[in-house]
Design a protein around this ligand. Structure first.
Ligand code: PEP
Length: 248
């Protein structure tokens, strides 16, 4: 009942010519895929040209962040209206790099989630524990707080995606085992059931992120509560990203 979503987070990589060359290659490699959603999230500077290149293709466009206001004196920020304007339909919010490098709080992330949904963008709310939190047995406490706070005030009708990304697995080459990931995904679905109801919880896609590669994609994506992947490093090459998209 949940359509798979394979999303690429390019982070602060790719100039416009590099971005165009990546999506041109990717378009060819995945042109035959129609049973799952494919999403690329380039840096802000490449959104418009990449969006133009993707018109009429089976690849969706997303951004990696946004501010919650529509416009005004917010130097250096990008609004949901601007993202819609360049053809984005998704936005990653609360990525661990935003939380830990840029100090984003649950409260700020929540404002962004609400604003994205209000403007017709599907938020991908990222949650995940640090290594020391996992070692202290606090994974569920941390993830529960991030999910509940991040979704506070969001209506049941709003479409959203959750990405579970254990911070210790991002960009480190260390992947959670499929069983470790499944356990947290199931826990998150249970939380969604409490926050909304079980029907809504069954429909929400929960992605796994953290060193997903062509070699480990299948074992992760076969787990019952893992509905897709948020891919960093391996999304920067068309060949490896397309192999993850076509994992089975
Ligand atoms: C990410 O940036 O969301 C991510 C999961 O990165 P990587 O795949 O490189 O670990």
């Amino acid at each position: 009942m949940r359509r798979l979503l394979i999303a690429g987070n390019w982070k602060m990589n790719k100039t416009v010519p590099e971005a165009l060359s990546l999506v041109r290659e990717l378009k060819k490699l995945v042109s035959d895929v129609n049973d799952r959603d494919i999403l690329v999230c380039p840096p802000f500077t490449a959104l418009y040209p990449v969006g133009k290149e993707l018109k009429g293709s089976n690849i969706l466009l997303g951004a990696q962040n946004m501010f919650y206001e529509e416009k005004g004196a917010f130097t250096g920020e990008i609004s949901p209206i601007m993202l819609k304007d360049v053809g984005a339909s998704y936005v990653i919010l609360g990525h661990s790099e935003r939380r830990h490098i840029f100090g984003e709080t649950d409260d700020l992330i929540n404002k962004k989630v609400i604003s994205a949904a209000k403007h017709g963008l599907t938020p991908i709310l990222c949650v995940g524990e640090l290594l020391e939190e996992r070692e202290r047995g606090e994974t569920e406490v941390v993830v529960e707080r991030q999910v509940r706070e991040g979704l506070k005030g969001l209506s049941r009708e709003s479409e959203f995606v959750i990405a579970y990304e254990p911070v210790w697995a991002i960009g480190t080459g260390k992947t959670a085992t499929p069983e470790q990931a499944q356990e947290v995904h199931k826990f998150i679905r249970g939380l969604l059931s409490e926050i909304f109801d079980s029907e809504k919880a069954k429909r929400v896609r929960i992605l796994y992120g953290g060193s997903v590669k062509p070699e480990n994609a299948k074992s992760l994506l076969e787990m019952s509560d893992i509905d897709g992947a948020l891919v960093g490093g391996a999304s920067l090459k068309a060949e490896s990203f397309s192999k993850i998209v076509k994992f089975d």
